[in-house]
Design a protein around this ligand. Structure first.
Ligand code: SF4
Ligand code: SF4
Length: 442
């Protein structure tokens, strides 16, 4: 899972890093069918899965004392962090006040399923300027397909209620939508629902790719088959493209889709602010309830355990050779097919956890979602170039909407003047009758 979308933190080491902290470990009050966290409970048999006061204090102290930047992010994640209860978070705020360096601002973020949020929670979150990530997979039937509680009951109504409560209390929140078999064919319905009915301006889209290993188990990064719930590569591409086209027509500058912002950064030549699209990674570690630190939230597995922050300093673990290697491997293990890819600058092979298929010439390590990303990044090239140029000139990216509308109008006039068998003025190489002059499909 991603953390709510804001800047990463930095450390007094030369390594800038962020920590996703799981105070209840993998424990959650829901039983989402695609959740990879639940199987992680097996890592800690007999544990009560509650972060102790000692670990909490050690984490906050180390996080705040290791910073040299003006802002530090304390990111709470699950499992379901609200299961810790409000007092745990009240204490965190007190610890932050105690350990914060003068002049340092602390941003608290929390990723939640929203089920436990009530008036008291929302007052707390607002007072303390939390940025909340709320998990919602679209309209009722798409959300409830997989996001069910321990009794298998739907949760949509509870999540929507918590979104309304947060709006009432002016809590700053994003929507995190996972894309899977149940909503993958309905991009516009999902996007319009989030924009128009939920009324959110900030959206994160996460593809569900659940690998199955040779023993038929799901949950670790093993195996080259995926579950039926997983989004398909071309479906993922179409999902992104369809939403992008709608966003480009009317929402640039009004709705913020994290993936589109990251892509624009790549076209501008800036860091994409999403680890999956960076050349290397390794700067977003995961902290378990007992202080164990892992290479990444997606690699909470014994072989990626870096150590425990109560016996070794957090910054040392993040800067350790194994962790630097983990991050560099994202770049160094790219197959040739990716190294020679024309959209590598934006994709960088996406996340290593999804690299388990063969390239067309048989090399292992290609991303399962490659076909989707390839289609998406090629599709957005022209508008991204326009937006990047606007930004370089100190103008606003939303001017792209007017520029493209004018281009479309000009093309429509040229098509109207052309004969049906002429080459299409768009430059596709097809005849007008098979391209922009073809009858509209209803
Ligand atoms: S493995 Fe790397 S790219 Fe993938 S989620 Fe973890 S930090 Fe990000
Ligand atoms: S689009 Fe495919 S080939 Fe290109 S960098 Fe991404 S995963 Fe590799």
């Amino acid at each position: 899972m991603e953390k709510p979308d804001r800047a990463a933190t930095s450390a007094t080491t030369t390594v800038a890093f962020s920590v996703l902290t799981k105070p209840t470990g993998a424990v959650c009050n829901l039983d989402c069918k695609y959740c990879f966290f639940l199987v992680k409970e097996k890592l800690y048999p007999g544990s009560n899965f509650r972060m102790s006061d000692d670990v909490q204090e050690s984490y906050i102290r180390q996080m705040l004392k290791s910073q040299s930047g003006p802002e530090v992010t304390v990111a709470w994640q699950g499992g379901e962090p609200t299961l810790m209860g409000l007092d745990f978070f009240r204490r965190s705020i007190e610890l932050e006040k105690r350990f914060r360096e003068p002049g340092t601002k602390v941003l608290n973020t929390m990723q939640t399923n929203g089920v436990l949020l009530n008036e008291e929670w929302c007052e707390f979150l607002c007072e303390n300027n939390f940025l909340v990530g709320l998990s919602l997979d679209g309209p009722r039937e798409m959300h409830d397909a997989y996001r069910v509680d321990k009794g298998g009951q739907p949760t949509f109504h509870k999540v929507l209620r918590s979104a309304r409560l947060m709006q009432k209390h002016k809590v700053d929140f994003n929507i995190l939508t996972t894309v899977h078999a149940a909503n993958g064919e309905h991009p516009l319905e999902v996007y319009r629902f989030l924009r128009d009915e939920v009324g959110t301006q900030f959206i994160q889209l996460i593809p569900i790719v659940e690998r199955i290993n040779e023993r038929g188990e799901v949950g670790n990064q093993e195996g080259s088959r995926v579950t039926d719930r997983s989004v398909k590569p071309d479906q993922w591409g179409r999902f992104l493209i369809t939403i992008f086209d709608e966003w480009l027509r009317r929402d640039v500058g009004k709705v913020f889709v994290q993936m589109f912002d990251a892509a624009l950064a790549s076209w501008v030549g800036a860091p994409p602010a999403m680890c999956i699209f960076s050349e290397t990674c390794g700067d977003a570690v995961a902290l378990e309830h007992n202080g164990d630190l892992y290479s990444c939230d997606h690699f909470v597995e014994p072989k990626y355990l870096l150590g425990n922050i109560q016996s070794q300093p957090l910054v040392q673990l993040v800067a350790s050779a194994p962790q630097r290697r983990f991050g560099a491997d994202k770049r160094d293990t790219l197959p040739r097919y990716c190294r020679e890819c024309e959209v590598r600058f934006a994709c960088h092979g996406e996340c290593p956890k999804n690299r388990f298929i063969l390239t067309p010439d048989g090399e292992p390590g290609l991303n399962y979602l490659c076909a989707g990303y390839m289609a998406f990044f090629k599709h957005i090239d022209h508008p991204m170039k326009i937006m990047a140029e606007l930004l370089r000139r100190g103008r606003y990216a939303d001017e792209v909407m007017g520029i493209l509308a004018a281009e479309e109008a000009k093309l429509a006039q040229a098509v109207a003047r052309a004969g049906r068998n002429d080459p299409c003025p768009c430059g596709s190489g097809r005849k007008v009758k098979r391209c922009h002059g073809a009858p509209a499909v209803s």
